[in-house]
Design a protein around this ligand. Structure first.
Ligand code: CP3
Length: 350
């Protein structure tokens, strides 16, 4: 039994007393406890050792008191499982020494038996659920096919992922074959996460906003739709496609439980475009967490009021930055937890 099911009630569309709160990339380098483990173990050691992954997953629950845990892992483990080498280099980020750019390269990419290839993720989920002991729900996740293709083709992080875009425009048939393999793998991966105990899953399309509206539909949205369809009736799904606000209506039309939005759109406009049914998640500018505290608190309250009472999960508009002071992150969480919806308060006191 869950002691705190606020995020699940919100995702089910129920009226709640306040919005639930968690932060994308909440387990990570801004936490001193995480940095200690980082000195001893490499990134993929931390990811592949269930006891370490579970410990890191719990750190922000203990330190900040967020309403949900998100499994410590990475979207790129799926590329490793599909046959590609992925390294994480200090101060550089992820690197794929042999990126995929031709028919010949694509022969190395296969749809794996995820239960076997990613068994350590499912072990980590089971262990984390045990250690959470019902304290808060656990969020599982996967990268969207388009965002994974970006790393597969460009071979490293980029501001524009031009190589991947030109790959799609010059070799569309091959790009679609790879996107379909990524989709099939992600569906199995997320279903296994649910089987292992994930209460919610989030799809991260971090680079969806690099595509124009038509290309977003062709190279990203149609594959995310298949994943959302395959998860219907399993657990609530949160779809976060950074920068792809132009497609909020088509994201809402998938029937997904929740849509994540970044800070470049006003909450009122996002609500108008997405319609009244879907829950919205976001959208505090991660860099805004560096604001001095009294002003920071005002900005957080302003965001909460802009979303209005209900159908909102308070979060950042993208991952937390590594230089955010822990007490600022805590102020974000506490401000949301102290927020009381005026409407539901009035209703319950009638
Ligand atoms: O949210 C959480 O706390 C759970 C853990 C999580 C990580 N990565 C841990 C991580 C999640 C959900 C991710 C997802 C992820 N990984 C995304 C999608 C979300 C987003 O931020 O857009 C992407 C694009 C990646 C790929 C990736 N992994 C990059 C670009 C980097 C390097 C840049 C960075 O932020 O450090 C990573 C490494 C990574 N993944 C770290 C962590 C804690 C840092 C590793 C370290 O140096 O300790």
């Amino acid at each position: 039994m869950l002691k705190n099911d606020l995020i699940l009630r919100t995702l089910a569309g129920l009226a709640t007393e306040r919005p639930p709160v968690w932060m994308m990339r909440q387990a990570g380098r801004y936490l001193p406890e995480y940095r200690k483990l980082r000195e001893k173990y490499s990134f993929f050691e931390r990811v592949q050792t269930p006891a370490l992954a579970a410990e890191i997953t719990l750190q922000p629950i203990d330190q900040l008191g967020v309403d949900a845990a998100i499994l410590f892992s990475d979207i790129l483990v799926v590329l490793q499982a599909m046959g590609l080498e992925v390294q994480l280099l200090e101060n550089t980020g992820p690197v794929l020494p042999d990126p995929v750019r031709s028919e010949a390269d694509a022969k190395r990419v296969y749809v794996p038996d995820v239960e076997d290839a990613l068994s350590y993720v499912f072990d980590a989920i089971r262990l984390t659920k045990q250690e959470l002991n019902g304290l808060v729900p656990l969020i599982g996740f996967a990268g969207a096919p388009w965002t994974l293709l970006c790393y597969m083709v460009d071979g490293k992080g980029s501001k524009t992922f031009d190589l991947t875009k030109s790959f799609c425009y010059c070799q569309p048939e091959l790009a679609h074959r790879l996107l379909q393999r990524l989709t099939d793998t992600s569906i199995n991966y997320l279903l296994q996460q649910v089987k292992a105990g994930a209460d919610v899953v989030q799809l991260f399309d971090s680079w969806g906003g690099l595509l124009g509206p038509e290309d977003f539909e062709i190279f990203s949205m149609q594959y995310m739709r298949k994943i959302i369809e395959a998860l219907k009736g399993e657990v609530p799904v949160i779809l976060f496609a950074k920068g792809a606000w132009h497609s909020l209506a088509s994201m809402a039309a998938t029937g997904v439980s929740c849509i994540g939005v970044d800070w470049c759109i006003r909450p009122g406009m996002a609500r108008e475009m997405a319609g009244s049914q879907v829950v919205l998640q976001g959208n505090f500018d991660p860099a805004r967490l560096l604001t001095p505290k009294p002003e920071l608190k005002k900005q957080i309250t302003r965001m909460l009021n802009a979303f209005g009472p209900g159908k909102h999960i308070a979060n950042l508009g993208h991952g937390i930055l590594q230089n955010v002071p822990v007490d600022h992150a805590k102020l974000f969480v506490d401000t949301v937890k102290n927020h009381v919806y005026q409407n539901s308060f009035e209703k319950s006191s009638l």
